[in-house]
Design a protein around this ligand. Structure first.
Ligand code: ADP
Ligand code: ZN
Length: 291
C-alpha cells in the first residue's frame, strides 16, 4: 500500500511516502509557518505521489474524539496561527483518501512498537524530552486516548528546595515539562542544554525530575518498558542517572524480573530518530484498513 506520512511539528513538517513495512521511498521537510502557507505545500507533495491513505502525527493538543464536531483539529496550542486548524478534513477533502491522526508522541510510540524498542510489547511508554515533554502510551496493545489524550509531560513533580527556577510552564509551577524541558534547562543554567557538560549538576536535577515522573508512570501504567527520546536525551549520561533515581523512588515495591534490569527497562529509542515518521506510516495504514 502506498501511504503518506506527515510528522507535523512546531518547527518543521516531515512528509514521507512509504509502505506499511516502514520502507520510505521519498521524504521532504517543509518549515512550519502558518497553515495558509504550509498546508498547500504539503498537499502538493502528497498529490505528486498518489498515496492511498495518510497518517498524521501532530503537535497538540488536538481533538481526537471521533464524535466531536471539531474532530481532527488542533485545539489550544500555543502556536496561535494553528489554533482551530482542521488538519484532517483539509487533507481528507483535498485528497479524497482516509486520513488517520494521533499525537506526535503516540505516533513515535507506534513507530517503536512496530519497528523499534517496543516490538512484541503490549504495554509501553514513549517519552520525548525536547522543547516540550510528552508521552505516547501503549496499553493492552492500544494507544491510549481517553478523555482528551494523555499530557504526561504535565504531571506534577516535587521541586527541589534548592532549585530557584520558577518553571517554564505557564499553567503549572512545578510540572515535569516546566522544570525539565530543553528550554527550562537553558533558562535555569544560562546556556543551551547541549552546552552543559556531562558532569554538570544540571543532569542530576534533570534525572531527579524525570525519575520522579517515570516512577509515577510505572506505578500507574505498569508498562513493560519505558523509552526516552527527544533532543535532551542525547545526553547519554542521563539514562544511568534516571535508572538510579527510579530504583531509589520505586524502592523495591514492585516485583518483576524486568525491574531488576533497568538498563533494558528504561531505554533510548531504537529507530534512530525515525520513530515518528514510521509511526505516521502505520497510522496511515490503519486508516486505510478502516476505509
Ligand atoms: P522538538 O522537541 O522541538 O521536537 P527536539 O526533540 O530536538 O525537538 O528537542 C529540542 C530541545 O532539545 C531543545 O530545547 C534543545 O536545547 C534540546 N537539545 C537538543 N540537542 C541536545 C543535546 N545534545 N543535549 C541536550 N539538549 C539538547
Ligand atoms: Zn505544565
Amino acid at each position: 500500500m502506498k501511504i503518506g506520512a506527515l510528522e507535523a511539528g512546531g518547527t518543521k513538517m516531515v512528509c514521507a511516502v512509504g509502505d506499511e513495512q516502514g520502507r520510505i521511498q521519498v521524504e521532504q521537510s517543509i518549515p512550519t509557518r502558518t497553515p495558509e502557507d504550509t498546508l498547500p505545500q504539503i498537499l502538493e507533495f502528497f498529490r505528486e505521489h498518489s498515496i492511498e491513505a495518510l497518517g498524521i502525527g501532530c503537535f497538540g493538543p488536538i481533538d481526537l474524539r471521533k464524535d466531536s464536531p471539531s474532530y481532527g483539529s488542533i485545539t489550544s496550542t500555543p502556536k496561535l496561527a494553528w489554533q482551530g486548524c482542521r488538519i484532517v478534513s483539509y487533507f481528507q477533502d483535498a485528497l479524497g483518501i482516509p486520513v488517520g491522526l494521533d499525537t506526535d508522541v503516540n505516533a513515535s510510540m507506534l513507530g517503536e512498537a512496530f519497528f523499534g524498542a517496543a516490538q512484541g510489547l503490549t504495554d509501553c511508554l514513549y517519552l520525548t524530552v525536547g522543547t516540550g515533554i510528552g508521552a505516547g502510551i501503549l496499553s493492552g496493545g492500544q494507544l491510549i486516548h481517553g478523555l482528551v489524550h494523555p499530557e504526561a509531560g504535565h504531571v506534577l513533580v516535587q521541586k527541589r528546595p534548592e532549585d530557584p527556577y520558577p518553571g517554564h510552564c505557564p499553567y503549572h509551577p512545578s510540572c515535569l515539562e516546566g522544570l525539565a524541558c530543553g528550554p527550562a534547562l537553558e533558562e535555569r543554567w544560562g546556556k543551551p542544554a547541549a552546552e552543559l557538560p556531562p558532569e554538570h549538576p544540571a543532569w542530576v536535577w534533570e534525572a531527579d525530575y524525570l525519575g520522579q515522573a517515570l516512577t509515577g508512570y510505572l506505578m500507574v501504567l505498569s508498562p513493560q518498558r519505558m523509552i526516552l527520546g527527544g533532543g535532551v536525551m542525547h545526553q547519554a549520561q542521563l539514562y544511568p542517572l534516571i535508572r538510579r533515581r527510579v530504583r531509589e523512588l520505586a524502592n523495591g515495591y514492585l516485583k518483576a524480573e524486568e525491574l531488576n534490569h533497568l538498563e533494558t527497562f528504561i531505554v533510548p529509542p531504537a529507530c534512530g530518530g525515525r520513530q515518528g515518521i514510521l509511526g505516521c506510516l502505520r497510522l496511515g495504514y490503519a486508516a486505510g484498513q478502516e476505509g
